[in-house]
Design a protein around this ligand. Sequence first.
Ligand code: CTP
Length: 399
Amino acid sequence: MLQGKNIVLGVSGGIAVYKVVELLRLLTKGGANVHVIMTKNAQEFVTPLTFQALSGNPVHTDLFSLYQEQEIGHISLADRADLFILAPATANLIGKVAHGLADDLLTTSVMATKAPVLIVPAMNSNMYENPIYQKNQKFLHDNGYHIMEPVTGSLACGWEGQGKLPAPEAIFAAAVSVLTPKDLLGCRILVTAGPTREEIDPVRYISNYSSGKMGFAIAAAAQQRGAQVTLVAGPTNLTVPVGVRCLPIFSAAEMSSQVFGHLEESDVVIKAAAVADYRPVSRAPQKVKKSAEQLTLDLEKNTDILYSLGQKKGNKVLVGFAAESERLMAHAADKLQKKNLDLIVANDITREGAGFDVDTNIVRFLHSDGRVEELELMSKVQVAQQLLSHVRVLWKAKK
Ligand code: CTP
């Protein structure tokens, strides 16, 4: 995702420094080459050695260090960077950057860079609300700096309020977003994800193994590429991607009503959810007791949401999924045609690395014009990116 990207991580002195250690780990795991610059105060919280060990690069601390200048130099760092991240960014650091002050290695490098700068403030809530601070933040925002809002919660200083550093995963997603070209700007995408649950009684339901990973990956990638994303999601353990509107649902009927309720405002619908085909004819109001030797459940068919969408799709782009355990191509082609889709993503769930609850998938894209594209084993995030590139072409053609 960040393969080959040079990221400069500027760390200033705040209690949240410890969370940035985890951010560094995520960045390097994502393929980025990270150079850390620490201010003098930051080193009071975590030693440079920690950042050095995790980044695999020397940590830069001193503007006037002959050794560090020779090694890479602040201007060279500023030049080579694809992205600067300032996290945690203290009120002091933000004030200095806003006023063009360059009195240490970090502020000098930020001033010298032409790369995008992502600022992640963390401070006491009163400091955050201070009009002088807010003026500095607004000035930077108006001048093209990317600013993440701090999170509300209990702060290290004992206060309750807005000022906490967002979770490392959220900062990572924001960094990817800043580096991602916005080729889906103006596109409104509705994604469904996860399983549905059809209730039998107050303690039991019928469902399936869907983890929601594929649909959430599509939602996150689409948002990063500039789309306005609505995610209709069944129960999962996943975190809603930053910037995505999530509408949680349980049953297929609830999914259907949310999908059709938001259809008008969508240009593209991607149905990655594993919808239960049947639901109990009636839900028992009380827990069903164990008495008879055999129990028969009466089930009735749920609406096929995708089929109904296909009936009224107009100039919307419609993408379906087909997870099959046999005759993959025949079943997928049949669904593509019957449901009036533009594209179907087919995968054979019996293959290792494909299907439910894994981070990878092996898929084929079947287009309505007969084209078939076979992808190798790749992460669900990569599948999402490839799918969205096709969606973009289809959306542009229908606009
Ligand atoms: N789908 C849907 N509503 C349903 C069932 C399925 O919208 N009630 C959508 C799924 O989200 C998916 C596509 O239809 O995009 C194919 O789903 P799948 O379960 O593979 O196929 P079905 O049409 O349900 O057929 P079968 O279960 O017989 O394979």
